[in-house]
Design a protein around this ligand. Structure first.
Ligand SMILES: [Ca+2]
Ligand SMILES: [Ca+2]
Length: 254
């Protein structure tokens, strides 16, 4: 108790130093968030090929900015079966799965999830990747990776800018439309602790891609559902159809 009292005046200096260090770390993090090695070059304009959604719900778009149409599929509607098949001169290459897109730091986690949509509405489809370890019981754990990577992005998930999302113990993600604006939203199925799972929204945003989910921006957080069911069985299924035109039926890409 005595040491607490005497250390109080000195406590401010370490606090200040810590704040300064945090600010420096934030600046460094921002710098690291820019396009790194392996990312497609920063685009000078809009994609040269149109983006659209097929009858089966796949996204056809130029994901990596090379001028060739790529194909994104997620039959699971929860992010864990997402693949991207990159266009080649003839057809598509071997589809790339979520464990490749998430990068080495998250690829071995229990749940690796990804979804693709143009969250900031700049014409280039963006990537959300989340990797979360085993559930630890009553308390929710932090994901190893939860990032929004702005497009165009590569087969190894390298893009133009990285934004940390702070999603919590995430077990499912999907594109959804909560607020009926032109920006796709992200439905996040996560463990809230004490046996409760929740589906909540992170709203698409032209400045940040996906708005913060913190309390002071609570209008960006929509509680859609709470359950004790630990499987993401009640995720929105509308997906990309709200935000991309339907692909023409003719041709070989449907
Ligand atoms: Ca491409
Ligand atoms: Ca975008």
């Amino acid at each position: 108790m005595q040491t607490q009292t005497t250390s109080h005046p000195r406590g401010r200096a370490p606090l200040f130093i810590r704040s300064a260090a945090l600010a420096t770390a934030a600046v460094l993090l921002g710098a690291c968030g820019e396009a790194g090695a392996g990312a497609p070059p920063h685009p000078t304009g809009s994609p040269s090929v149109p983006s659209c959604v097929t009858a089966s719900g796949d996204l056809l778009a130029d994901i990596d900015g090379d001028g060739l149409t790529d194909r994104v599929s997620d039959p699971s509607h929860t992010g864990d079966q997402l693949t991207v098949a990159f266009g080649e001169k003839a057809g598509y290459g071997t589809p790339v799965g979520v464990r490749k897109l998430v990068g080495s730091s998250g690829s071995d986690e229990k749940d690796v999830l990804a979804t693709v949509a143009d969250f900031d509405g700049d014409g280039w489809s963006d990537l959300v990747v989340v990797a979360t370890g085993q559930n630890q019981g009553d308390d929710a754990i932090e994901p190893t990776v939860d990032e929004l990577i702005s497009g165009p992005f590569s087969a190894s998930g390298r893009g133009q800018h990285i934004r940390q999302l702070d999603l919590g113990e995430t077990r499912g993600i999907a594109v959804a439309d909560y607020d009926h604006d032109p920006y796709p939203d992200l439905a996040v199925f996560s463990y809230a602790g004490d046996g409760v799972y929740q589906t909540e929204a992170r709203l698409g945003d032209k400045d940040t891609g996906l708005a913060d989910g913190t309390a002071d921006t609570s209008r960006h957080r929509v509680y859609a559902d709470q359950t004790d069911d630990q499987t993401p069985s009640n995720m929105p299924k509308s997906g990309l159809r709200t935000f991309y035109p339907q692909c023409p039926k003719a041709g070989n890409q449907g």
